[in-house]
Design a protein around this ligand. Structure first.
Ligand SMILES: CC(C)(COP(=O)(O)OP(=O)(O)OC[C@H]1O[C@@H](n2cnc3c(N)ncnc32)[C@H](O)[C@@H]1OP(=O)(O)O)[C@@H](O)C(=O)NCCC(=O)NCCS
Length: 159
């Protein structure tokens, strides 16, 4: 039996920024949700790769919440962090903010993506375990565990 490598949440935290260009708007003049979804997926993928130290794929999207819109020339900041790691799966919380000129950030979206570490044949592989530190990470981890349990029950019972 091999000892499983353990990593901290901080080891894979990822921050990405985008300036909203006209090509990213919907017909109402706001940031197109599909474009934001792609940025969120990319951020989650980088978090997963940094933790897994290998390839990952997106397997599920949970609790995607569009809280507010954004317009052209707004600066958007995405922050992704791990909340839970199973055997091959990893849940990533991605918070998206609109950043004002003075640096003040307003959250406009929160999403939870589940990524799976994979081998060269896209089969699931074990990823390092997650070290949970402090009360905030503990609360996030407990909520993520409930989502993972719910998914397993849905798969078992087919609802
Ligand atoms: C991700 C994939 C490799 C998983 O394969 P699988 O045969 O379902 O493997 P498993 O059933 O062993 O699931 C692997 C892990 O994912 C978790 N999982 C699978 N489906 C899930 C879902 N819908 N929600 C949450 N977790 C899920 C399982 O619980 C398991 O977690 P664990 O290893 O931590 O216990 C496969 O479903 C796949 O290739 N999907 C397509 C991915 C893709 O192309 N994404 C878009 C582009 S990145």
């Amino acid at each position: 039996m091999t000892d499983r490598k353990m990593k901290r949440v901080e080891d894979s935290i990822t921050e990405q920024s985008h300036l909203i260009m006209p090509k990213s708007l919907n017909s109402a003049g706001y940031l197109f949700g599909g474009e934001l979804l792609a940025w969120i997926d990319e951020t989650a993928g980088i978090v997963g790769r940094r933790h897994a130290e290998g390839n990952v794929v997106t397997v599920a999207v949970d609790n995607m919440y569009f809280k507010a819109g954004a317009k052209v020339n707004d600066m958007i900041v995405l922050i992704g962090r791990l909340t839970y790691v199973g055997h091959s799966s990893m849940e990533v919380r991605i918070d998206t903010y609109r950043e004002a000129s003075d640096g003040k950030r307003t959250m406009i979206n929160r999403a939870y993506f589940t990524m799976v570490g994979t081998d060269e044949n896209q089969r699931p592989v074990e990823v390092p375990g997650l070290i949970i530190e402090g009360v905030t990470q503990q609360i996030e981890n407990e909520a993520a565990l409930k989502r993972a349990e719910l998914w397993k029950r849905r798969r078992r019972e087919g609802f």
